[in-house]
Design a protein around this ligand. Structure first.
Ligand code: PHE
Length: 342
């Protein structure tokens, strides 16, 4: 009987291994595991055996059955795997590759341009206090210029009276203060991040948007350094043929201050609907850091000077790609997002 079992086992496993298709495999399943199979016939002989013989044979037959079922199952998996590999008629799966959101990609690109010329990335905090968002930036309490930076206040007072109330920062300029309080000049920093303003949402406003702040402090820093750095940035970001225009402006934390325009890349300065026939598009605010700001951070303004600039990431992304509604950035519609490879 043991001989029979061994013979059946090696024959079954051999035949299963050589099976060429599902049909043959099914035939073998019936042949070896079906009701009329040799194995079943052996099972039916058990009652004729002695007590000791019964247990041994029962076990032996069960393990044979298991071995055969497993071999059939494995072969079946083999077939399925091969089918998958070769069935060229199946419709292809659509694959979406994840990628950075266009605003993250543009922020990173801006930072990279400045990093290459020695700026270091430092991120500030989105929850700020009145000292860093206003007072240290030469925006006194109750001064009307605070209104220009309309702000979401949090219902929590900061730990000391100098800090005032907590708020969501309304610009990235507090990063200047955070760095200057801790670091001695010289430094050149580029600081990206989210900012918040209680604006009514429309095609060009959002209550949350992104800015990149840049600043540099050392002995002998002049407005011409600022101009050179910004021209370098604009050429790298918008293209070599771009021109810059500095218009005098006012910011409490810089003196002198300017707003910077680039020549319209649609009409090259001739005037079109994108630039409202002006030929120029505003891209950022900048200036020489106000002596009061340096003083607030215990940096001696008679020894050191610096420049600072801040730009809106949504705005320059819209200009670069001809996007006409800021809300598109936040809707996460895959049809919009997949258009950009930065
Ligand atoms: N913080 C200003 C804004 O939000 C931009 C700015 C930054 C201007 C640095 C001058 C210097 O509009």
């Amino acid at each position: 009987m043991q001989e029979d079992i061994k013979k059946i086992e090696s024959q079954a496993l051999g035949e299963i291994n050589n099976a060429k298709d599902y049909r043959r495999l099914d035939e073998l399943r019936i042949k070896y595991l079906g009701r009329k199979s040799q194995i079943n016939q052996l099972f039916s002989k058990i009652p004729q055996l002695t007590q000791e013989e019964r247990a041994g044979l029962g076990r032996r037959l069960n393990s044979l059955k298991e071995a055969v079922s497993k071999a059939i199952e494995d072969k079946m998996k083999d077939f399925t795997a091969k089918d998958k590999a070769i069935d060229v008629t199946l419709p292809a799966d659509e694959i979406y590759f994840g990628r950075k959101h266009i605003l993250s990609a543009v922020s990173e690109r801006i930072c990279n341009i400045f990093e290459k010329i020695g700026f270091v990335v430092v991120e500030g905090t989105e929850t700020e206090d009145e000292w860093h968002n206003f007072s240290a930036l030469n925006i006194p309490l109750e001064h009307p210029s605070r209104e220009a930076f309309d702000t979401f206040y949090l219902d929590i007072s900061a730990r000391n009276s100098k800090s005032g109330k907590y708020l969501l920062r309304s610009h990235t300029s507090p990063s200047q203060i955070r760095v200057m309080e801790k670091t001695k000049p010289p430094f050149a920093v580029i600081s990206p991040g989210r900012v918040y303003r209680p604006d009514k949402v429309d095609a060009s406003h959002s209550f949350m948007f992104h800015q990149v702040e840049g600043f540099c402090v050392d002995e002998g820093i002049k407005f011409s350094h600022l101009k050179g750095v910004l021209l370098h940035f604009a050429k790298n970001f918008f293209g070599n043929d771009v021109s810059l225009r500095f218009r005098p402006h006012f910011f409490p934390f810089t003196e002198p201050s300017a707003e910077v325009d680039i020549s319209c890349m649609i009409c090259k300065g001739a005037g079109c609907s994108v630039c409202s026939r002006k030929g120029w598009l505003e891209i950022l605010g900048c200036g020489m850091i106000h002596p009061n700001v340096l003083k607030a951070c215990r940096i001696n303004p008679s020894k050191y000077s610096g420049f600072a600039f801040g730009m809106g990431v949504e705005r320059i992304t819209m200009l670069k790609y001809g996007i006409n509604d800021i809300r598109l950035f936040y809707e996460n519609d895959i049809r919009f997002l997949t258009q950009f490879y930065e």
